[in-house]
Design a protein around this ligand. Structure first.
Ligand code: KG4
Ligand code: ZN
Length: 368
């Protein structure tokens, strides 16, 4: 006993791959996970005038505040840097300017405090995020739905991820953002569309369910956005019409994600305890209609439904620190972290990405 049960891993994590500058200190021990300190600085206001994330603005904003954000999170813990076991940062995938800032900041702190630097894949952070607040044993099915990513991942174990399906064009959150933009609802679009949808009729406007009749777990949202654009031109955009469009769009997204999730659960082997688990993560997981739909799907499949608290669904640094702490505990950390490169694209599951590159390109970075 002794040594193993007392072992704990305290890691500073840094996340700068999109539009949040975030730092968190996580301690992983036999008792579970403690988030000892965390700071997030959102750039939403910097990007709002442009209706989307502008990479150059993001990079500069990260560079301006990264040091202060890390410092604030560390101060919350009362720890000094030499009490850390490691320093981690997202080194991809994401907007390269921001990723570079986070990686450089993390490496500099690691070198100065003589700690190992652990490069973390942003998608692995999302994949492990439910374990910040729940036991959530492997394996589980993850639906990752955000502004940058939209995919099904079988999380079979630490470092063992299989992509089961992914969007072939836009991410779901991107579709919400574009829909909001063309209906003049502002940025970020998801919450605005959800708010407007509350006053609308989800059956008012017939919209497509892309790829629903196709086998497999790939998704597509670009056509849906185009259909909304066309429907928006068909009649005057009154408040009532806008609400109907939002409600119909939201229902179409929930329908597609719900049905594909149902199929994914069907083909997903339960764990050794006989339990199927469905985890939803990413900013779009905030959407109440989507949550309700997924809850119903999970219930029908007798699967446990796990949605991390919202602050861990969206981009955050605690998930990056946790991924690094879990890697440290599992002995998966090598001392060459300082040479790790920032990667705009970095599929979580390199094997299926190479044989089946589901995703082409996009403004907000790699989705596959
Ligand atoms: O995970 P996230 O914070 O950042 C990344 O994209 O990685 O996700 C942000 C996305 C945006 O596209 C935003 O419009 C969407 O999540 N979102 C929502 C809602 N809240 C945020 N989409 C639908 N309904 C919401 N309530
Ligand atoms: Zn993300």
């Amino acid at each position: 006993m002794g040594v193993m049960t007392d072992a704990h891993f305290t890691v500073l994590g840094i996340e700068t791959s999109c539009d949040e500058t975030a730092a968190a200190i996580v301690r992983l021990s036999a008792d579970g996970v403690d988030v000892l300190g965390e700071t997030v600085r959102s750039q939403i206001e910097d990007h709002a005038p442009y209706g989307g994330v502008v990479p150059e603005i993001a990079a500069r904003a990260h560079a301006d505040v990264a040091d202060r954000v890390v410092d604030a999170a560390m101060r919350e813990t009362g720890l000094s840097y030499d009490q850390l076991d490691a320093v981690a940062a997202t080194t991809g995938p994401g907007l390269i300017g921001g990723v570079l800032v986070g990686a450089m900041t993390g490496k500099a702190i690691a070198m100065a405090s003589l700690r190992p630097f652990i490069p973390i894949n942003h998608l692995e952070g999302h994949a492990l995020s439910p374990r910040l607040t729940e036991a959530c044993p492997f394996p589980y099915l993850l639906l990752l739905v955000s502004g940058g990513h939209c995919q099904f991942i079988a999380v079979r174990g630490l470092g063992d991820y299989v992509r089961l399906g992914s969007t072939i064009d836009d991410a779901a959150g991107e579709a919400f953002d574009k829909t909001a933009k063309l209906l003049n609802l502002g940025f970020p679009g998801g919450p605005a569309v959800e708010r407007a949808a509350k006053q609308g009729d989800p059956n008012a406007i017939a919209l497509p369910r892309p790829l629903l009749n196709r086998p497999g777990l790939d998704l597509s949202f670009a056509g849906l956005k185009t259909a909304v654009a066309r429907a928006a031109e068909d009649a005057a955009l009154t408040d009532a019409r806008t609400a109907d469009l939002c409600a119909s769009f939201q229902r179409a997204v929930a329908d597609v994600l719900g049905e594909k999730t149902r199929r994914a659960l069907e083909q997903f082997d339960p764990g050794p305890d006989g339990t199927r688990r469905l985890v939803v993560a990413g900013g779009v997981a905030a959407n109440e209609e989507l949550r309700r739909t997924l809850e119903t799907v999970a219930e029908a499949a007798k699967a446990e439904f796990i949605a991390p608290p919202l602050r861990y669904c969206t981009d955050n640094a605690a998930m990056i620190a946790l991924a690094a702490a879990e890697r440290l505990r599992a002995g998966l950390v090598h001392d060459d972290g300082l040479t790790a490169k920032a990667r705009p694209r970095w599929p979580l599951d390199e094997a299926s990405a190479a044989s089946d590159p589901a995703y082409g390109g996009g403004k907000r970075g790699a989705k596959a």
